[in-house]
Ligand binder design. Structure first.
Ligand code: ATP
Length: 511
């Protein structure tokens, strides 16, 4: 999907009530979005899909809904106060802000793209005899691009690890990176920028400063013993949570990919020290399978972290091929005992587990899976939005826009349409049918415009089934049911609608 189609996706979201810019009447608020009537349904279904896969399918994973406000010391212990920074650089001419690491990564991508272009050209020149691997390993120009990219990547990772802002600035200068819109190379020094939002709570002592949580994980860590004791879980066990997180991103862009207020679906899995790598491998596989059930395999890949966070001993991203390239959709991290130990130290409360099999106390290690609900939403829509040519009622070519969303995730499951709106009998029957099935799943009743246009409207929001009430319905109690993707119609009895649709939209199909 190209950048153009991405623009189409953004406008489609607005037009059909999936996503609106926040505070639009006041010119919007950067990096913040509101989910409309279709958006909230799709988002809820994505959450349900995740919750079922994690909590319902694992008898040793339980849920939690911790508060957004937490004691400020939590963020000291977690390392967020001191280290949750991104490197910020301003362009003095355009006055725009950038993440220094993103500017450098974009430059690396360009180097690799140049190498790919050379390979592509050679492939055309040599035809069938072309050996890509050998060409990449021997062609001087390709090797130069790749080596430069790799050396830059290494230096970037090292500078980020050491917090060496001066070296990031040196890289920007050496690579002659220009401001994308203006071409200016007039950059400020690079400095650390903390991503946490803060607010004030009265009567808490000190200065009353609180942070809006930048991740949901810490609510799980500080409740580890509460949950373990009240549910009598034995290690290994997990705690899952879905909730809002807030980050003052330096550059919030690419629609809902990078927002300042977003939602995370996180699970912390507590394990015996020394077994974390086995569980890390287990969760990598499990999470990839979850994604593959709704996303084509070739659009997903793993990317190991070059630059491990302060708490991790292994980390990998599940990347999805968004319209703007492969980017992180989910992070899987082996977080060691860093968080529990830090909270234990700062709070003075032991956060250990007694393992009855080993007959000893220890601080569990943690493997976490963390997926952004909004990024998953964007993934589902990027996969689904299709413009296609189909025959219209007269058999002539017409275009339709269809969201091929997995039926289990689709916002509306079934639309009920009387063939004619000015026929009382048809309308009455359609209302009756609608009332009888709306108990089971979300339905829409629609009588406006010709039936073909109504089908198109439902296609555009991804409704998998449309039921049409026609004259035959009045005679023999049957309706046509039309399937979104194939557009095929069957005749079924009114009494069978709920059962048939329920069966086909069942989430068990993708779990
Ligand atoms: P990135 O490198 O893209 O900034 P991250 O590595 O900081 O992401 P994590 O801290 O691992 O992200 O957060 C876990 C998940 O939360 C991410 O995989 C992503 O899906 C989601 N997420 C993180 N930041 C944002 C954001 N600003 N907007 C939307 N989703 C986000």
């Amino acid at each position: 999907m190209s950048e153009d189609l991405f623009k189409r996706l953004v406008s489609h979201c607005k037009e059909y009530g999936f996503i609106y810019p926040s505070s639009e009447v006041y010119e919007g608020l950067n990096g913040v979005y509101d989910y409309g009537p279709m958006g909230v349904e799709l988002k809820n279904n994505i959450k349900e899909y995740w919750w079922k896969a994690m909590v319902q399918m694992h008898d040793n994973i339980v849920g939690l809904d911790s508060a957004i406000f937490m004691h400020p010391k939590i963020w000291k212990a977690s390392g967020h106060v001191d280290a949750f920074n991104d490197p910020l650089v301003d362009n003095k001419d355009s006055k725009k802000r950038f993440r220094a690491d993103v500017l450098i990564e974009t430059e690396i991508d360009k180097m690799l793209a140049k190498a790919d272009k050379e390979v592509e050209k050679a492939a055309k020149r040599f035809g069938e005899t072309f050996d890509e691997k050998m060409y990449r390993e021997t062609n001087p120009r390709v090797m130069e691009y790749i080596q430069k990219a790799e050396a830059t990547e290494k230096r970037l990772a090292n500078a980020l690890k050491l917090g060496d802002m001066a070296d990031l600035k040196a890289l920007i200068d050496e690579l002659e990176i220009t401001e994308p819109d203006t071409g200016s190379r007039n950059w400020t020094e690079v400095r650390q920028f903390n991503l946490m939002f803060s607010t004030q709570m009265s009567n808490t002592g000190d200065d009353g400063k609180l942070y809006l949580r930048p991740e949901t994980a810490q609510g799980i860590f500080v409740n580890f013993l509460n949950v373990q004791k009240t549910t009598r879980q034995k290690i290994p066990f997990g705690i899952a949570q879905i909730g809002k997180a807030f980050r003052n991103e330096i550059v919030a862009r690419q629609f809902i990919f990078r927002m300042r207020e977003f939602e995370q679906m996180e699970m912390q899995y507590f394990v015996r020290p020394g077994t974390e790598m086995e569980w890390y491998a287990y969760w990598k596989e499990k999470r990839m399978a979850w994604h593959r059930a709704v996303t084509p395999a070739e659009k997903l890949r793993f990317k190991d972290h070059d630059n491990l966070a302060h708490y991790a001993n292994a980390a990998v991203d599940v990347q999805f091929e968004f319209p703007f390239g492969f980017k992180e959709l989910e992070g899987i991290h082996s977080r060691t005992d860093f968080d529990l130990s830090s909270h234990s130290e700062l709070s003075g409360k032991k956060m250990q587990y007694f393992d009855p099999e080993l007959n000893e106390h220890y601080t569990p290690y943690v493997v976490e899976t963390s997926v952004g609900c909004d990024r998953m939403f964007l993934t589902v829509l990027s996969n689904a939005l299709v413009d296609e040519t189909v025959p219209d009622a007269k058999g002539e070519d017409s275009t339709r826009t269809v969201l091929r969303i997995a039926p289990a995730l689709a916002p509306v499951k079934c639309a009920v349409l009387p063939l004619l709106r000015n026929n009382e009998e048809l309308v009455g029957k359609a209302r009756e049918v609608y009332d009888s099935i709306k108990l089971h799943f979300l339905c829409q009743y629609d009588e406006k415009d010709a039936v073909g246009r109504r089908y198109r409207r439902q296609d555009a929001i991804g409704t998998p089934y449309c039921v049409t009430i026609d004259h035959e319905t009045l005679e023999n109690g049957t309706v046509t049911i039309r399937e979104r993707d194939s557009m095929l119609q069957e005749r079924i009895a009114i009494e069978d609608i709920a059962r048939i649709v329920l069966d086909r939209v069942d989430m068990a199909k993708i779990l």
